[in-house]
Design a protein around this ligand. Structure first.
Ligand SMILES: Nc1nc2c(ncn2[C@@H]2O[C@H](COP(=O)(O)OP(=O)(O)OP(=O)(O)O)[C@@H](O)[C@H]2O)c(=O)[nH]1
Length: 451
């Protein structure tokens, strides 16, 4: 199975940088290609179009110069004047000059036909060849004129041929100009395209870069928020001494370092929480061990001392009545002596169960001695405590204990008397009442309010 990629922060940033570098690289390659193309186009203009225009202009100038000289020459001929050798030489020089320019222009055009991207140079070459032929005809006619052959015929022919040449020369210059203009436009167009593509790639790169960077920042921020929420959750639970709400812990789904950190934090929270649960359980067990009687499972003497103080203070603060019952099994020694200690233990357990069933939820039973018990009754009037004591006494007396059969208990009842009273006096009265119940024949409930 293919393992999914783990997108760490380094990989995310690296990926973004790679995408941006790829875009920049594409931009560079595109710029190189486009600039090379534009340079080639510009070189073509510089190497072909510009010199060709110059040659054409030179041909035009030479033709004009030659024409001026030829006009003077023809006028002299018509006036039957003799021309000088120098004049003749000058015209021939211009003819040579024009021939040279033709050669150069034709050479450049031929190379343009072979190398240039445009096929328009074929037309230029054709025009140049025609023009050269026209020029040769003019030259031939003019040479005949110099030599005095058929003056009137040659004169018209020279003029006509020269006009023809003139027209073609103008067409040539115009043609070259058109090609140069078109090429310049193409170069300009390519420059525009290059600028548009470069800008577009740049903008796309910037948008992708900004978007990816924003996504990375948002994902990191979300992870940090979740982690800090989890830390706050744990810290406020610890501060307020409450259980850590493990179910509320936010999970970071990302697979980067923050995801790993959050995963470790969640594990730590779970471990701490389960550790706290264990400690609480142990502490509860220790507390029960310390406060409960291991035989009867009711509260022990230690808890009795603590609860007496607490309930007395509560009664004073809330101005509510607090009653107390002392309970003792009658002739318990006999049970032990007759049936053995284990039966005595079971009898103690049964007595506690019966007493628990007869008191209310807010009342608490304590084993204060071997077969001596006390019951604290918060918010309870004396008459209610007496009623409850009688009910317990009756229930025990009526119960058929296993092995032992019927047994009885004696109970002493009293009421806490507020500020004038003390814990010690309160217990003492209950104890005295119990003693009184025993003294008056046992299986009795006795009440004492004043000693
Ligand atoms: N089985 C058992 N017996 C206990 C336990 N604790 C104390 N005793 C016995 O309880 C008896 C208490 O006897 P006494 O104080 O003489 O009182 P009594 O026999 O109940 O007589 P009165 O209280 O006067 O009616 C003793 O024999 C103790 O050994 C206990 O945990 N288990």
């Amino acid at each position: 199975m293919i393992k999914p990629i783990r997108w760490t922060i380094a990989k995310k940033v690296g990926g973004t940088v790679f995408i941006l570098l790829s875009i920049i690289f594409s931009l560079l390659i595109h710029s190189l290609i486009a600039l090379t193309e534009i340079e080639a186009e510009l070189n073509e203009i510089a190497a072909i179009d510009v010199p060709l225009t110059e040659y054409a202009n030179e041909i035009e100038i030479a033709q004009l110069e030659q024409r001026i000289l030829m006009d003077e020459f023809i006028h002299k001929k018509l006036a039957k004047k003799e021309h000088t050798k120098k004049e003749e030489q000058e015209i021939i020089q211009w003819q040579v000059r024009m021939n040279e320019q033709f050669e150069l222009a034709i050479k450049t055009s031929k190379s343009a036909v072979n190398t240039a991207s445009s096929s328009e140079f074929k037309d230029i070459l054709a025009t140049l060849n025609t023009l050269k032929k026209e020029h040769e005809i003019v030259n031939t006619l003019f040479n005949q004129l110099i030599n005095g052959e058929n003056i009137s015929v040659n004169l018209d022919a020279v003029i006509k041929q020269d006009e023809n040449f003139d027209r073609l020369a103008i067409d040539l210059i115009h043609g070259i100009e058109q090609i140069t203009k078109r090429k310049a436009n193409i170069v300009l167009e390519h420059e525009h395209q290059f600028a548009i593509i470069s800008y577009s790639l740049g903008i796309v790169g910037a948008i992708i870069g900004i978007s990816l960077a924003t996504l990375i920042i948002i994902s990191i921020k979300a992870s940090i928020n979740k982690i800090s929420y989890n830390i706050n959750l744990v810290s406020s639970a610890i501060k307020s001494n409450k259980d850590i709400p493990v179910g509320q812990v936010e999970k970071v789904k990302s697979t980067d370092e923050f995801g790993e950190l959050s995963h470790n934090l969640t594990n730590m929270i779970n471990e701490v929480s389960s550790d706290i649960d264990k400690r609480e359980k142990v502490s509860k067990e220790l507390n029960e061990l310390a406060t409960k009687d291991h035989l009867t499972q009711c509260f022990n003497r230690f808890k009795w001392d603590e609860s007496l103080k607490l309930e007395v203070a509560r009664s004073l603060n809330s101005h509510t009545p607090l009653s107390l019952i002392f309970l003792d099994i009658d002739h318990f020694k006999r049970i032990n002596d007759t049936y053995g200690h284990d039966v005595g233990d079971n009898t103690l357990i049964d007595v506690v169960n019966i007493a628990q069933q007869n008191i209310r939820q807010l009342d608490t039973l304590y084993r204060t001695g071997g077969e001596e018990f006390s019951i604290l009754l918060p918010n309870t009037k004396l008459t209610d405590a007496q009623f409850l004591s009688e009910r317990i006494r009756k229930s025990i007396a009526e119960f058929d204990f296993k092995t032992v059969g019927h047994i009885t208990i004696s109970l002493g009842v009293t009421l806490f008397k507020g500020k004038e009273d003390t814990e010690l006096a309160f217990s003492k009265r209950a104890d005295t009442a119990l003693y009184q119940a025993k003294e008056s024949g046992r299986n009795k409930v006795s009440t004492i309010l004043e000693l």
